[in-house]
Design a protein around this ligand. Structure first.
Ligand SMILES: C[S@@+](CC[C@H](N)C(=O)[O-])C[C@H]1O[C@@H](n2cnc3c(N)ncnc32)[C@H](O)[C@@H]1O
Length: 197
């Protein structure tokens, strides 16, 4: 399959019966709206700002971050899955994204990731669960941040509890600066936290 065929499959998959039902739901649209609004209201975009997102998935969040930073900063997107990285980089190029991600096809647990390099790291949705290790994942995300950096951590309360996060933070010097719970759809409750390194 050539890359354009792969890209067509990617677009079709977003509208497939399985993914399309969730993607078109109020719960999904609400979660995306709140998460995008949170980042732009909580963090300022300064000249030369370096942002990293861990876990690309569909890449919609990374697309948004690139637009948010356009003309000022850069985004690096990390994902362990080679196919996800490949189609994401190709899609951004084909769609002409004006501020595409630098894609690192690596695990967040890889030891050769750039340490103390970013002003903001984002970890969104199911990414932390998919890594399979809550504590190690947060340790690694925080290690990517420069000494004054922030982690924006968003997760579904059904899979990651705030107690786990608070327990984790108690054993570190990191500061929980903001913690918001969203319950408009009780069947899909989630939180967004701003954590200072
Ligand atoms: C389902 S996506 C969700 C993330 C995306 N921000 C969103 O909300 O749509 C989770 C991503 O995490 C990636 N992932 C899983 N384990 C990982 C690891 N150890 N390091 C980096 N990425 C990982 C998966 O390949 C997948 O693309």
């Amino acid at each position: 399959m050539n890359m354009d065929e792969k890209l067509l499959n990617y677009y079709l998959e977003l509208k497939s019966p399985e993914a399309g039902e969730w993607n078109s739901s109020p719960q999904c649209i609400h979660t995306e709206l709140i998460t995008r609004d949170f980042v732009r209201k909580t963090f300022s975009v300064t000249d030369g700002i370096q942002v990293c997102n861990v876990g690309i998935g569909t890449g919609d969040w990374d697309d948004y971050l690139g637009y948010w930073l356009k003309g000022k900063g850069n985004i690096t997107s990390i994902d362990i899955n080679n196919e996800i990285c490949e189609i994401f980089a190709y899609r951004q190029q084909r769609e002409g994204h004006p501020n595409p991600s630098k894609v690192l096809c690596k695990s967040i647990f890889d030891s050769d990731l750039p340490k103390e390099n970013f002003d903001i790291v984002t970890l969104i949705g199911s990414a932390i669960n998919e890594t399979g290790d809550f504590k190690k994942c947060l340790d690694s995300c925080l290690s990517l941040l420069n000494p004054d950096g922030y982690l924006m951590f968003m997760a579904n309360l059904k899979y990651s509890s705030l107690e786990m996060l608070e327990e984790y933070l108690k054993q570190t010097n990191y500061q929980l600066e903001e913690k918001n719970l969203y319950n408009a759809f009780p069947e899909y409750p989630f939180f967004i936290c701003k954590i200072k390194k």
